[in-house]
Design a protein around this ligand. Structure first.
Ligand SMILES: CC(=O)N[C@H]1[C@@H](OP(=O)(O)OP(=O)(O)OC[C@H]2O[C@@H](n3ccc(=O)[nH]c3=O)[C@H](O)[C@@H]2O)O[C@H](CO)[C@@H](O)[C@@H]1O[C@H](C)C(=O)N[C@@H](C)C(=O)N[C@H](CCC(=O)O)C(=O)O
Ligand SMILES: Nc1ncnc2c1ncn2[C@@H]1O[C@H](COP(=O)(O)OP(=O)(O)OP(=O)(O)O)[C@@H](O)[C@H]1O
Ligand SMILES: N[C@H](CCC[C@H](N)C(=O)O)C(=O)O
Ligand SMILES: [Mg+2]
Length: 485
């Protein structure tokens, strides 16, 4: 696209020649010939420092907040408004307003975003409707799938994926909208046909400060959504529904979309979905009560986006959800092992109650967990308390210490575990090396026990001192038990 057309109507000061802008990025490392580089002031560094690198890699234009030096052959634009919002405006225009050409469904909430968005994509594709995905595990458009780096990418990548969806003929796209994304304008400008609020419990207080501020961040999605679908069984969701008229879903309370007659079995789930338009019998291989909420949210979101439930419900038995969520690892061992991505107090509490439900009589529930480094310190003892309240045997270890000292993270969490449990050498085991902790837990399991490995889910690494070492809970288990069955 020509620069003049790209910046038309956007408040900025411009110098230098008219150029062709092939694409846009705020990360100099991604710049290719003809791309525009947006230099943003970050928390760690000022993106302006990377202008020389962007130019060396062939940037045709540079955008910045406070002005930078560029050669005469490069277009140079200085934003006059909020740089992140203006970057999103540019990205949206460059990629042809792709949100307007898709049934865009945005999902926010503390837990269940990845699962719900993945279910939306799988359900729609199962019913023959092309659907993209932007989220923690995968970014996808048509059949193209790439591993994601973060939950919601910066606006240039967000709009690029939507554009790819349009090009691939997708009719919809399901997007995980994190609270960080809403604060940092990563999805600014996008019109979501349907927005979804799954739940709100403690997380990310390092970033937002208070739960109220965390909620307000998520609440921003309402203003960008045509219809808003809210979990009426969640306390924050209920508060929202009492103040404003939105579409609701629930299991325990009256709602526009409600699941009745839950049957939560060891190999799958059944319930009846009621809405004003009719009733459907839903059978799914997904386990656990929280997945009823995710299925309900996914089906209701698709229905609110205009897709027919008669076509979607038959696809439910084939949908598997996201990898690394309540997923069994079977190496022929005489006890159960499951990996899951619970990394908040609420998710752990819910995971452990599913574990208890799945545990054979007389078996012991083992839970291996850790708390992420460089994340909300206040949630650490609460995570530990949730595990202590529901597990028979605790395996306390590391989960992405990032830049922090692993033992200090373990120390932060430990007070959440009652002293009597910590003093009991048969019930409480602390070891910072996760792989070794997995080995020890497996060695301690007896026939009929169940070991839940929480927090890492699909993640293929352990991040220590800023380095991502190859690691996954599944492969650690398979290596210790001699390979998959
Ligand atoms: C709070 C937050 O989200 N921070 C993000 C933000 O950091 P920042 O603004 O401080 O950036 P910075 O590292 O100081 O760099 C400044 C600028 O220089 C650029 N740069 C930097 C280095 C370089 O070589 N070249 C270059 O151009 C960067 O791209 C950036 O634009 O912009 C960076 C570049 O895009 C991100 O890496 C960084 O995410 C950090 C790593 C992060 O961990 N974010 C997590 C907390 C996050 O966003 N999580 C949410 C929610 C998770 C969930 O609950 O699902 C998510 O959406 O993933
Ligand atoms: N609807 C739900 N309510 C509560 N807990 C849930 C729900 N769905 C999933 N969980 C728990 O939360 C974990 C993470 O689920 P999922 O990845 O879908 O959430 P997310 O919101 O995408 O998380 P993230 O913030 O890391 O992106 C699951 O492994 C499970 O333990
Ligand atoms: N999206 C979440 C993922 C946490 C995953 C867990 N393994 C951890 O490192 O705490 C975050 O960035 O906080
Ligand atoms: Mg996610």
């Amino acid at each position: 696209m020509k620069l003049d057309a790209l910046i038309d109507g956007i408040a900025l000061r411009r110098s230098g020649p008219e150029v062709e802008v092939v694409d846009l990025t705020s990360d100099s490392r991604e710049v290719l010939a003809g791309w525009a580089f947006v230099a943003l002031q970050g928390e760690q560094v000022d993106g302006a420092a990377f202008v020389p690198q962007a130019l060396a890699q062939g940037a045709s234009a540079v955008f910045s907040a406070s002005g930078v030096n560029t050669p005469e052959t490069t277009a140079n634009c200085t934003f006059l408004g909020d740089p992140r919002l203006q970057m999103a405006d540019l990205a949206r225009r460059l990629h042809g307003l792709p949100d307007e050409q898709l049934a865009l469904i945005g999902v926010t909430g503390t837990n269940g975003k990845t699962t719900t968005t993945t279910l939306i994509r799988q359900l729609l594709r199962g019913a023959g409707v092309g659907c993209g995905l932007v989220g923690t595990v995968l970014n996808a458009a048509g059949d193209r799938e790439e591993e994601a780096v973060r939950t919601t990418p910066e606006s240039p990548a967000f709009y690029r994926w939507l554009h790819r969806s349009v090009e691939a003929g997708d009719r919809a796209s399901a997007v995980e909208v994190s609270s960080h994304a809403l604060c940092l304008g990563r999805v600014h400008g996008a019109h979501f046909k349907v927005g979804v609020f799954t739940n709100l419990t403690q997380d990310h207080l390092d970033y937002h400060g208070t739960l109220e501020a965390y909620f307000e961040a998520k609440y921003r999605l309402v203003a960008q959504s045509g219809r808003f679908l809210v979990n009426a069984d969640d306390a924050w969701g209920r508060g929202l529904l009492e103040r404003e008229g939105h579409v609701s879903y629930a299991v325990d309370r009256p709602a526009c979309y409600r699941a009745h007659g839950l049957e939560l079995g060891p190999t799958g789930t059944r319930f009846t979905l009621h809405s004003a338009k009719g009733s459907w019998e839903v059978h799914s291989p997904l386990l656990g009560r929280f997945n009823v909420y995710n299925l309900l949210a996914a089906l209701a979101a698709c229905a609110e986006a205009g897709f027919d439930l008669d076509g979607l419900v038959p696809a439910v038995p084939k949908v598997t959800g996201a990898p690394g969520r309540l997923e069994r690892v079977d190496c022929g061992q005489p006890f159960g092992v499951m990996v899951d991505y619970a990394h908040t107090p609420d998710a752990l509490e819910k995971l452990l109650s599913e574990g208890r439900r799945l545990l054979p009589p007389g078996g012991r529930l083992h839970v291996l967990f850790g708390c992420g480094g460089d994340r909300d310190r206040a949630k650490r003892p609460l995570m530990a308390a949730a595990v202590a309240a529901g597990a028979d045997v605790l395996w306390h270890t590391s989960d992405n210490p990032r830049s922090e000292e692993p033992e200090r993270i373990l120390d932060d969490a430990a007070p959440g575990i009652p002293e009597a449990i910590r003093a009991d050498g048969a019930r409480y085991h602390r070891h910072a090396d996760r792989r070794e902790s997995v080995r020890r837990a497996l060695a301690d399991c007896r026939p009929g026990d169940l070991l839940l490995l929480a927090g890492k889910g699909h993640e293929p690494y352990q991040e220590i001192c800023g380095v991502k070492y190859p690691y996954s809970d599944r492969s650690a288990v398979e290596a210790a038990l001699g390979g998959p069955k």
